[in-house]
Write a protein that binds this ligand. Sequence first.
Ligand code: ATP
Ligand code: FE
Length: 327
Amino acid sequence: ALILAIETSCDDTSAAVVNTDYQVLSNVVSSQEKTHSQYGGIVPELASRMHYEAIDTITHRALEQAQVKLDDIDAVAVTSCPGLVGSLLVGVNFAKGLAWSAGKPLIAVHHIEGHLLAPLIEHRLNFPFLSCVISGGHTSIYRANGFGDYQQLSRTIDDAAGEAFDKVSKMMGFSYPGGPVIDKLAQQGEVGIKFTTPRIKNNPMDFSFSGIKTAVLTYLRNHPDVNFADVAASFQETVAKYIVYRAAELCRQNGVSLLAFSGGVSANSALRRIASQLQTQGITTCFSSLPYCTDNAAMIGIAAIYRYKKADFAQHLNINASASTAL
Ligand code: ATP
Ligand code: FE
C-alpha cells in the first residue's frame, strides 16, 4: 500500500510517498532557511504563510517523483503535533482537504514519533532499542519496546541540544540554523577549552544545556581574541560526549544493546565519531543519512505504516493541530 505524507510542523514544507514495506518512493523538502536566517530565527507568521504558498506544489512534486497519482494512494498521513500551531495547521488542513476530496483515510502522526522511527527508513531495527531524539526542540531518550510503545528515559530540563547549537552560533555572529555552521567551523579548530555539563540532582539521567550555553558566552566575553573554530570544536565535543555517554549509560541500565539517533543534531560529525566508539562496549549504533535527520515527510509516512496496518484512522477526518504534547 502507498501512503502520502505531509509535514509542516516547523520551517520545512515536505511531502513524501512511502510504501508499507518501508520504502521511500519520494521525499521532497522545501526549506525556508534562507528567509528565516535573515531574522536570526524562525518567524512563525512567515513560516505559516510560506507553507501555505508551497504545500500544493510540493505535494504534487512528491507524487510526480514517486510516479504515482493521488488515486493510487491508500492513505494520507500528516504531522498533527507538536510544532508551531500556524505551521501545523497548514499541513493538517491541506491533508484533510486532500483526503476528503480523494476519499482516502487520514492518519495523524506525532512529529517526534516520526523522528524516532526515521532510522527504519534505512535500517532494519529489532525492538527493543533505545532512541535518542536530538533536534531543535527536543533532547530525549526513549526505550522503544514496539510500535507506539515508547518509554521516556531522559529529557532536557531547559534548552534542546539543537537550540544550544543555534544559540552558540548566534553568539559568534553566524547564521541560523547554527548546527551545520558550528560543525563545519569545528573541523578547523582544536578541542581544548574546558566546558562542563551538569548532572541534575534529582533526575541524574536528564539533560540541561543552558549552563554550557552561558559558559560559552562568558568565555567569548573574557577572550575577545579567541579563535572561534576552537570554541566551536570544544563546545561540539562537550555536547556530543554528554549525549552519547548518557545514552550509553542508559543502554547498560536497560540491558539494551541497540541505540538509534535521530533529529537534526544526529547529523553532527563529532557525535557520530564518538558514538561509533561504543561498538567496543557492545553497543550497536544506528544513524540515518542527513536528509532523514532533519525534518522530512518520509519519516512521517514511515511512522504512519503501523497505524495504517491497524486501520487506526482519524474518524471523520477529525484531527487537530496542537503545539505541544508528550509522545
Ligand atoms: P523538533 O523536531 O524538536 O520540533 P526541529 O524539527 O526544528 O525540532 P530538526 O529539524 O530535527 O529540529 O533539527 C534542527 C536542529 O538540528 C537545528 O537546531 C540545527 O541547528 C540542528 N543541526 C542540524 N545539523 C546539525 C549538525 N551538523 N550538528 C549539530 N546540530 C545540527
Ligand atoms: Fe523535527
